[in-house]
Design a protein around this ligand. Structure first.
Ligand SMILES: *Cc1c(COP(=O)(O)O)cnc(C)c1O
Length: 385
């Protein structure tokens, strides 16, 4: 079969920063309020610093990370402007965060006390956002503690330690817009904000929505929205009405390194879990579970459910067990040139499956597919400004 040999080195991830910029623009326009671009976990595997710049260029007023260390790393890489983080552990460097104008989230009176101690040497007030738990039962102050947290936070403001810049929470079921917990959490959030105001707090930013709620739940947009997965162009709520024109930013590609023929009865890869029932050809692709390819991309006895790759615009299913460094794909008798481009996943325009297709084949969510990619794989950016 004819094919243009692609100029391929080893397997690589290509990240399209124009897509990130365009997605940020779309989300900002959809929300109608400031966009907090979430670049935690190395920008969902896309590259934290590059994605932070691209998100800003696309109109994101704010950036957010999970950990305080990620936020400090962004500042260290020269990323300035409004920046929020929400995970701290005992001993966190609150003073460094304050010195670099990072908004740190606090969940408890104990944490506010620790922050107060860390800020004792500082003359300028730090920036603190208060996270309330409205029903996710993960981070954030539980409802029973709201009043004491708000009171301690207000006392800290009066002492000149900090300014409470935000009150926020996180939804459990935003990808299921009809789930009753969405209404309950939003109502609880409104109560928390009212209680904060009763305690004399005047947060400039009240925020609740993640990507799914930004698109599907206008009432949850408040003063800002926190978008992660949608910034990278992946669907935050597959099957729901989320199509606003987002474009997946990550492509994973690799060269086809070998093509061989199999006879009836030849079995493939560790454990011999797949056996050729017809004569066929197979190809070797140098990506494996060490690179983040889920090992359950194939499962014994379910060959029709196998994840696929794209070669010359055709879908090719993986056969047999995913190895650490490579997979075998069924070429169905075709013989593409060695060196042909294999699109493991990417935007639909790349001619292969999407991260969402992989998520469905592997029984997970698109978030996990992109964030787990890594290991020895190189990352190349296109659309750099
Ligand atoms: C990761 C995260 C987000 C972003 O969620 P997406 O579904 O990727 O948009 C928002 N808020 C918090 C607290 C998060 O942990």
């Amino acid at each position: 079969m004819a094919s243009t040999p692609a100029p391929l080195g080893p397997a690589e991830i290509v990240v399209d920063l124009d897509a990130i910029r365009a997605n940020a623009r779309l989300l900002r326009a959809t929300a109608g309020v400031p966009l907090i671009a979430v670049v935690k976990s190395d920008g969902y595997g896309h590259g934290m610093v590059e994605c932070a710049h691209a998100a800003r260029e696309g109109g994101a007023e704010w950036l957010a990370t999970a950990t305080i260390e990620e936020a400090l790393a962004l500042r260290g890489a020269g990323v300035d402007g409004p920046l929020l983080c929400w995970i701290t552990a005992p001993g966190a460097d609150y003073a460094a965060a304050a010195a670099l104008d990072i908004d740190v989230s606090a969940y408890s009176v104990d944490e506010l006390d620790a922050i107060a101690t860390a800020l004792a040497e500082r003359s300028e007030p730090a920036r603190i956002q208060l996270k309330v738990d409205t029903g996710l039962s993960r981070g954030g102050a539980p409802r029973t503690a709201w009043a004491e947290v708000f009171a301690r936070a207000r006392a800290g403001e009066e002492a000149g330690l900090w300014q409470v810049t935000g009150v926020w929470s996180h939804l459990a079921c935003a990808d299921q817009p009809d789930h009753p917990s969405n209404d309950r959490q939003e109502a609880a959030f409104r109560e928390a904000v009212a209680l904060a105001e009763e305690h004399g707090l005047r947060p400039e930013l009240r925020h609740l929505a993640n990507s799914a709620a930004t698109i599907l739940r206008p009432s949850a947009r408040f003063d800002a929205v926190r978008c992660g997965i949608a910034l990278y162009g992946l669907d935050p709520a597959p099957g729901q009405a989320t199509d606003i024109g987002l474009v997946p930013a990550m492509t994973m590609r690799a060269p086809l390194v070998m093509v061989k023929e199999l006879a009836v009865g030849d079995a493939v890869s560790y454990g011999h879990h797949w056996t050729a029932e017809h004569p066929t050809t197979v190809g070797l692709v140098p990506v494996g579970y060490a690179d983040g390819i889920p090992r359950n991309a194939t499962r014994p006895g379910s060959p029709d459910a196998a994840a696929q790759v794209g070669i010359d615009g055709k879908r090719r299913p993986i056969r047999g067990t995913v190895c650490m460094d490579q997979v075998v794909v069924d070429l169905g008798g075709d013989r593409p040139d060695v060196g042909s481009e294999v699109v493991v996943f990417g935007p639909p325009s790349a001619g292969g499956p999407t991260a969402q297709d992989w998520a469905e084949a592997c029984g997970t969510i698109n978030y996990e597919i992109v964030t787990r990619i890594g290991g020895r794989m190189t990352r190349r950016f296109v659309g750099q400004s």
